[in-house]
Design a protein around this ligand. Structure first.
Ligand code: ARG
Length: 596
């Protein structure tokens, strides 16, 4: 009896086929709307009968009965099917079906091949992190990084070809002051020890100096003009500053296990801007306004008067010009059919105007139109509810935050497990500390702000990284006890199970076994929801609930019992919980541990 990966999706398709087989009037218009349901009623529920029947003045229960009668025999073998309320159809997985599902999806590879249908053949460009050159990464930057990395992993797992692009802000007006500062105020020994720190100091010093002295402001502006005109000395300095900056960024990316396929910064599009100006003007979309080139959107309540400035009055390009060129490049060069750009919510207007403009432009030229998602996120707040800052009022540097996370995690691990050798405690602290910061961010709906508190994110209770990492380590220890002395496989393989016994496993029977098995089989729906909405918190909530379900199961049932069939099926449940917890956490970018 073959069992599908995405059960809800397949039931949906089955019901559409049943509608046709039953000869339902206007069957093509019937949308079954199968969703995961409250486990008390069944595992899945089709809600679409009601709307369909109402619109055609039919009796919904009668329609539901017709549909059920037309279901193929395999569906009746796999589910208990019933009608509830005015015409909902409930599907409850039979224990044997749960067993078959658990046996089929027994490795990361098999889960992945199941999930790969969701986005097969898609090409997604994900533009994330994308910081500005010569500024240090601070705590505000972490959201875009960790959410972006999780989104890339999720999309790839679901079958999409993902192109990760770090769209660095490397061509802004900051370079006038930076170059002037570099030439006039540089401290070479500081530059050698902490180059990014020194660049930041130089920028601030040059900025302050140019506020006090108009001659310095002019000099800084002149440096920018010289740079943009292609002066070799200034270009060389610009390269140097970018290299310093990207070296420091890479260090943080390495620590957070974040990678990119491309780092095409704003400057990459310099020679692609004229085409944007020309084509938008020719298409009648852009017009001159007080020397600038602007686009209005007459159909929009605000953007009919608030212009999208695509070239400034001094002829210089801006954020809009480069982003328009970027959009086209991603379609033409990367053949993207979807583009996701991550920034905080403050850039909403920019991307709304960008997308309105791009849609009209592409339609005029007959360019393929990709899907576009501006993936926004809220701010991280301190305990006072305001933007998180150091005591002196500066933004908290990401480097310092990550170091503090590891230090705090090390103290915790040492308190909990002093017997573990120090090197291993350090390694655990790294996974727990970095994982905690990352997970705290992912577990929140990205649209909201959240309050960052060390005690909460490092707690071993609640929806936190330490709780989930501990749950993983605990299941590893069950398998270690089973085969003392055996080497537990590295966590990345996520396939710890005593395989030979799996064939002995019988279908889940007790309430706790059934509840856990159902939760495990709910992984595909969660994965799909998380990935289509680009909201990792759905997966976090699911993993937290799964760990809770496992705890209840482990309290209720003894795993290592004499009856080989019972023991095998309980071990199977342990192994699959481990597999799905590890797979889920890895998709979120966390490193898991085998003991802690
Ligand atoms: N550098 C920008 C910033 O720091 C983010 C860039 C996002 N990507 C884009 N294509 N505009 O705000």
């Amino acid at each position: 009896m073959p069992v599908s990966f995405a059960i809800a999706e397949d039931l949906n398709a089955t019901l559409i086929a049943a509608a046709i087989a039953a000869g339902l009037a206007d069957a093509a218009a019937f949308a079954p709307e199968v969703r995961t349901a409250d486990p008390r009623h069944g595992d899945f529920q089709a809600n679409g009968v009601l709307g369909y029947a109402k619109a055609r003045k039919l009796n919904p229960r009668a329609v539901a009965e017709q549909l059920i009668a037309a279901l193929p025999p395999t569906t009746r073998e796999q589910f208990d099917v019933s009608i509830a309320g005015p015409g909902f159809i409930n599907f409850k997985l039979k224990p044997a079906t749960l067993l078959a599902w658990l046996k089929t999806y027994d490795s990361v590879e098999h889960l992945k091949s199941g999930a790969s249908g969701f986005y097969q053949g898609h090409r997604h460009v994900v533009d994330f992190s994308s910081p500005n050159t010569a500024k240090q990464l601070h705590v505000g930057h972490i959201r875009g990084m960790v959410i972006g990395e999780a989104i890339c992993r999720l999309l790839a797992f679901c079958g999409s070809a993902v192109i990760r692009d770090n769209h660095i802000g490397d061509w802004g007006t900051q370079f006038g002051k930076l170059i002037w500062g570099f030439k006039n105020l540089r401290n070479d020994s500081a530059l050698a020890t902490d180059p990014l720190e020194e660049l930041e100091r130089l920028y601030k010093a040059a900025d302050a100096a140019s506020k006090e002295n108009p001659a310095i402001l002019d000099a800084a502006r002149a440096e920018l003009v010289t740079l943009q005109a292609g002066d070799p000395d200034n270009l060389a300095l610009w390269h140097k500053i970018n290299a310093i900056s990207s070296g420091a960024f890479s260090e943080i990316y390495r620590q957070l296990d974040i990678r990119f396929d491309h780092q095409l910064g704003e400057s990459f599009y310099n020679d692609k801007l004229q085409r944007v100006y020309d084509e938008l003007r020719e298409a009648g979309l852009a017009e001159d306004s007080q020397g600038a080139l602007v686009v209005f959107h007459p159909e929009h309540p605000r953007f009919k008067t608030q212009p999208f400035i695509i070239r400034k009055s001094d002829g210089a390009s801006n954020y809009a010009s480069t982003d328009l060129a970027t959009m086209l490049y991603r379609v033409e060069h990367f053949k993207a059919d979807a583009i996701a750009i991550l920034t905080d919510t403050r850039q909403t207007d920019h991307f709304e105007q960008l997308w309105l403009t791009a849609q009209k432009w592409f339609a005029k030229k007959g360019y393929p139109l990709p899907r576009f998602e501006h993936v926004t996120f809220g701010s991280i707040l301190g305990e006072d509810g305001k933007a998180i800052k150091t005591r002196s009022g500066d933004p908290i540097k990401l480097k310092a935050l990550l170091a503090e996370a590891e230090e705090r995690a090390f103290a915790l691990v040492t308190e909990k497990s002093p017997e573990i050798p120090e090197a291993e405690r350090r390694d655990i602290a790294n996974a727990v500390g970095i994982g905690a910061v990352r997970y705290a961010d992912l577990a929140q709906n990205r649209s909201s702000d959240y309050v960052f508190t060390w005690d909460k994110i490092l707690s071993f209770e609640g929806n936190t990284a330490p709780y989930l990492l501990y749950a993983v380590a605990r299941i590893h220890s069950i398998f270690r006890k089973l085969a003392p002395g055996a080497q537990t496989p590295p966590s990345s393989s996520a396939t710890v199970s005593d395989r030979p016994s799996e064939s002995l496993a019988t279908a889940p029977e007790t309430d706790a076994e059934l509840a856990l098995a159902r939760k495990l089989a709910g992984f595909p729906s969660t994965l799909q929801l998380t990935t289509t909405q680009l909201r990792p918190h759905f997966l976090c909530t699911y993993l937290y609930e799964l760990a809770g379900e496992f705890s209840s199961f482990y309290v209720a049932e003894k795993v290592i019992v004499d009856d080989p069939a019972v023991r095998a099926r309980r071990l199977l449940l342990c192994a699959r919980t481990l597999l799905i917890l590890e797979t889920g956490l890895h998709l979120l970018g966390l490193r898991t541990l085998t003991r802690m």
